[in-house]
Design a protein around this ligand. Structure first.
Ligand SMILES: *Cc1c(COP(=O)(O)O)cnc(C)c1O
Length: 416
């Protein structure tokens, strides 16, 4: 079969890709698989296999309790400093701990406590459900959830919702459904001008694009490490606190590891002087250690190169959508301008769920499905190829033109 125009273009884009060598640094044991779900669970870095062997067999197996003093105890801070370089933060302002949701809980409650005379929280309906649940449960505070239409947030409406009663503005930097990218600096300045604190969820931007945490003056941030940072399933998340604020925050889940000198075993709590006060209990060392190889790969490639490739990949995907998918009923649900989106593209289709099943079962293409009718195609610049994007577009077209999706039922399994 001769090469199509799309395939030829993909081949030449792959040949010119300055990051093409990074793909081999990941475990790729199924050459037929097209993986466009790195925005949900990043691939396994080869180096992490070696790290796992070392941490389990040597550090745990041989060194046992001595490993705490050989580096385990400092791991949340040491890896936090590496991650700080990825999210535009200064050393000493990022900590790895807990799940994103738990970190959000800690930061939301500690932030509200330092704005005691204000009782409003501003967020929007593009934010991640878990974030909204934490906010809804914040006692005595009323939550304004700004509503948007389409795939682009109404930044002006968010701004208008912030007033002298607002204690906290909290948003996702990149929206999990539409991939809309928010103007962090603009909104952070606006919140600060009106006396409110700002908290950003970086789950869909950390490792995919440069994040201006320190530069924008953002007060607080959280994010996960298992998406574009390739840290592994359920790997600990991270939290950021602007250095000037660290001494003011009280951890709402105070624990022994966040105490000043934890090994004093003092029955009275006294917070550690800086960021460490936000630690609670013993970190899950095995999964924490596995985050490092992914961070190293991002630092080696560099955020500017990663972002440049991400933009080319999503541009290519949107161009191919226009060529062959729009006429088949797929609707673009991601901002069309590259500077307004992150690293995935969402396509709406009335048969989205069954189309996703057909892609996985019949074409070896893994997207993800977001209810009710959304197909997310994530591109992860360290390993996604333009050829994979082209294969996904061709498979999407084929499932609809041949009616293949009709053999799949409409019910939903546990994890999408
Ligand atoms: C993936 C994701 C999370 C994950 O939260 P966990 O508590 O770590 O499971 C949180 N927020 C956003 C915006 C996400 O995309």
């Amino acid at each position: 079969m001769s090469e199509s125009e799309g395939q030829a273009e993909a081949r030449s884009l792959d040949a010119e890709d300055p990051l093409r060598g990074f793909r081999q640094r990941f475990v790729l044991d199924d050459p037929g698989l097209t993986y466009l779900d790195g925005n949900s669970l990043g691939r396994l870095p080869r180096e992490a296999v070696e790290t796992a062997r070392r941490v389990v067999a040597v550090e745990w197996g041989s060194r046992l309790i001595r490993s705490w003093n050989d580096g385990w105890i400092d791991l949340p801070v040491r890896l936090g400093d590496k991650l700080a370089r990825i999210v535009g933060a200064r050393p000493g302002s990022v900590l790895l701990a807990d799940a994103t949701t738990v970190n959000l809980y800690k930061l939301v409650h500690s932030a509200l406590a330092i704005r005691p005379d204000r009782s409003h929280i501003v967020t929007d309906d593009f934010n991640f459900p878990s974030d909204l649940y934490v906010l809804q449960a914040a006692a005595r505070h009323s939550v304004t959830r700004v509503a948007h239409t389409g795939s682009t947030p109404d930044v002006e409406a968010i701004g208008d919702a912030i007033d002298s009663r607002t204690a906290l503005l909290t948003l996702s930097h990149v929206a999990f459904k539409s991939a809309a990218l928010y103007p962090m600096a603009t909104l952070t300045h606006l919140a600060a001008e009106r006396g409110a604190l700002s908290l950003w969820d970086l789950s869909h931007s950390a490792g995919a694009l440069p994040v201006p945490l320190a530069e924008s003056g953002a007060d607080l941030a959280v994010g996960c490490t298992y998406k574009y940072l390739n840290g592994g399933p359920g790997a600990p998340a991270f939290l950021y606190v602007r250095p000037e604020l660290q001494g003011q925050l009280a951890n709402p889940i105070p624990g022994w590891l966040g105490r000043e000198d934890p090994f004093s075993f003092d029955p009275e709590y006294a917070p550690a002087p800086g960021l460490r006060r936000l630690l609670t209990g013993t970190p899950p060392i095995v999964s924490l250690a596995l985050i490092e190889p992914g961070l190293d790969l991002v630092l080696e490639a560099g955020l500017p190169a990663i972002r440049a490739k991400s933009v080319l990949l999503t541009e290519f995907l949107i161009r191919r959508w226009r060529d062959s998918l729009e006429e088949l009923g797929f609707e673009l649900r991601t901002p069309a301008e590259p500077e307004s989106r992150g690293s995935h593209v969402s396509l709406g289709h009335p048969q989205a769920f069954r189309i996703c099943q057909a892609l996985i079962e019949l074409h070896g293409v893994i997207p993800d499905f977001r209810a009710p009718d959304n197909i997310r195609l994530g591109v992860s610049p360290l390993y996604t190829t333009f050829a994979e994007v082209e294969r996904a577009v061709e498979a999407l077209a084929a499932t609809v033109t041949t009616g293949q999706y009709e053999q799949f039922c409409v019910g939903r399994p546990g994890v999408t």
